[in-house]
Ligand binder design. Structure first.
Ligand SMILES: NC(=O)C1=CN([C@@H]2O[C@H](COP(=O)(O)OP(=O)(O)OC[C@H]3O[C@@H](n4cnc5c(N)ncnc54)[C@H](O)[C@@H]3O)[C@@H](O)[C@H]2O)[C@@H](O)CC1
Ligand SMILES: [K+]
Length: 505
């Protein structure tokens, strides 16, 4: 699936109508009909349905839904929230068809009348506002949306929950809290925005027959789904040896935080790395070795329990490096981190405290010739950009894209909808994972999986998207049977990797 902005959706629509010659009323018929079929699968004929229609094409979809339901023996009540003269074009055409099919339309005279309509219905179909919303809500939509949210009725939104913006940038809005949203043709960006996702409820896409060539190569944002993993994840060659699956180096840890590198190493081995070496402070090695028998060690000199600057590390024999987890934020450790990142001629993944050290001197990553992968969560992204977390929440797609382009790096912006960006500005949103992953250690495990993935035979962007998918899928499988979102630990996810790899082998 592509992920579109409102403007991109309008452009696709324009292409369909002007270049491919599709009539706009047919697109509206297809949209309304497809959504009506979904409504039929959710609602019984005996239930009362209230269709709320606005003045634009979203409202036009509402008339088609009402007509289709009426034709199938339902008795929908259509409540028009805009003046008659505001309804034009394809929406007016479908309004007239609904009337011709025997439908009647009621008009909201005063905002507070809405409670009477809501009390008399079981189901609300929200066809008030779609992607055409601009500015703050005008009456009566503000009051109607609040009233719908206050009553406990099954609420089904058309294309987008009314009031929710389609694009990035708007944090403050009043929107319908839908139970279901049937998104027309392609998910809009806000489906994947942390502050908007919940409004959509259970969402899915309905196709309305827009010509594929209208946008096949133009939209740079996509979802990463199971089918893509199936077609890109390399299988293990029967004649391979440990060297064929990558020799990875993990640099991090400290006396106070030995656990994180242990988790990264274990996850990396479970995700298919051939050999893993942990470079960490010498006093942490014996405790880590007990957790991770399969790893080898590179003891590092320390100062007050953290990695010190004054040492040479031979990084020449590794295929990829992960650096930063559990290393702390001491200045000395930072100097060494930047030296290693600048010197390494292989892919380097930078996480956690490593990101802090890099944020002090971003030219270190910009100047690198080999691939660089940064894996910040929203707080770390704000640090890298020297901005607020609120700004990252408001603009995750555009900030990630511009950062990747500017510094020539691969970026894995971690969150409920993790976004992988490449240096050309392409983006993929992961579709697995649950709230059980919002815990300490999750990032360390993900870094380990990604380290393994980037050492296998797959394109860098595929490796990163596959790694995120596998990490989330392991957590999803675990909360179905063995665990819950409350008790799930990062170490459970490492063990849970088996269930995911078995389905892809
Ligand atoms: N290919 C497509 O893109 C298709 C789109 N369709 C539908 O068309 C929708 C977009 O239609 P439109 O562009 O007409 O836009 P909308 O229907 O989303 O809304 C536009 C209307 O809302 C009003 N409005 C805007 N901001 C407001 C605010 N802050 N407060 C109160 N009223 C406000 C405007 O006066 C205008 O009448 C999509 O969301 C989708 O549901 C479908 O008909 C099928 C085809
Ligand atoms: K809507």
């Amino acid at each position: 699936m592509h992920i579109v902005t409102a403007n991109e959706m309008y452009e696709i629509d324009r292409f369909a109508i002007e270049n491919a010659g599709v009539d706009g009323t047919i697109l509206m018929e297809n949209a309304g009909r497809a959504i009506a079929e979904k409504v039929v699968s959710l609602v019984k004929k005996s239930e009362e349905i209230l269709v709320l229609v606005g003045s634009g094409n979203n409202g036009g979809d509402g008339f088609v839904i009402a007509k289709t339901l009426l034709n199938q023996g339902y008795k929908p009540t259509v409540l028009q929230l805009a003046a008659n003269e505001k309804i034009k074009g394809a929406a007016l055409y479908h309004k007239q068809l609904f009337i011709n099919y025997g439908g009647t339309i009621q008009q909201l005279q005063a905002s507070d009348e809405i409670t009477v309509f809501l009390n008399n219905t079981d189901v609300v179909i929200d066809a008030m506002l779609g992607i055409g919303i601009t500015g703050t809500l005008r009456p009566p939509f503000d009051q109607v949306i609040k009233a719908v949210n206050e009553v406990d009725k099954l609420t089904i939104s058309v294309d987008i929950p009314s009031g929710v913006p389609a694009d990035e940038g708007v944090l403050d809005f009043i929107g319908i809290e839908a139970d279901y949203t049937f998104v027309i043709e392609e998910p809009k960006m806000s489906v994947f925005l942390e502050h908007c996702t919940a409004y959509y409820g259970n969402w899915s896409v309905v196709k309305i027959g827009l010509p594929h060539q209208a946008y096949a190569n133009q939209i740079k944002r996509n979802t990463w789904v199971e089918q893509k993993v199936r077609t890109t994840l390399p299988s293990r060659d029967a004649f391979s040896h440990k060297g064929s699956h990558g020799r990875g180096l993990i640099i991090g840890g400290s006396r106070q935080m030995p656990g994180s590198v242990a988790m990264t190493a274990l996850a990396s081995l479970r995700a298919g790395s051939g050999l893993i070496t942990i470079a960490t402070v010498k006093e942490a090695i014996s405790s880590i070795a007990q957790q991770c028998l399969e790893a080898t060690f590179l003891p590092l000199a320390s100062q007050e329990g953290v990695i010190s600057e004054r040492q040479q590390i031979d990084i020449s024999t590794y295929d990829a490096i992960a650096i930063g987890m559990g290393m702390g934020r001491k200045k000395d450790t930072g100097l060494l981190t930047r030296k290693i990142v600048a010197k390494a001629k292989v892919p380097v993944l930078i996480d956690a405290d490593g990101l802090y050290h890099i944020s002090e001197e971003l030219s270190v990553i910009t100047n690198r010739k080999s691939p660089t992968i940064l894996t910040p969560h929203f707080g770390e992204m704000a640090m890298l950009l020297d901005t607020t977390i609120q700004n990252v929440i408001a603009h995750p797609f555009s900030l990630a894209e511009s950062f990747s382009r500017k510094h020539g790096v691969y970026l894995v912006l971690k969150g409920p909808n993790t976004i992988v960006s490449d240096p050309e500005g392409n983006q993929w949103v992961n579709t697995t994972g649950n709230a059980g992953l919002a815990k300490g250690g999750s990032g360390d495990v993900l870094s380990g999986i990604l380290l393994a993935m980037i050492m296998q035979r797959q394109k860098m962007t595929e490796a990163l998207s596959n790694g995120c998918f596998i990490h989330g899928k392991a957590a999803d499988n675990l909360v179905v049977k063995k665990h819950s979102e409350q008790d799930l630990l990062a170490t459970d996810v490492i063990k849970g990797l088996a269930s995911v790899f078995r389905t892809f082998s």
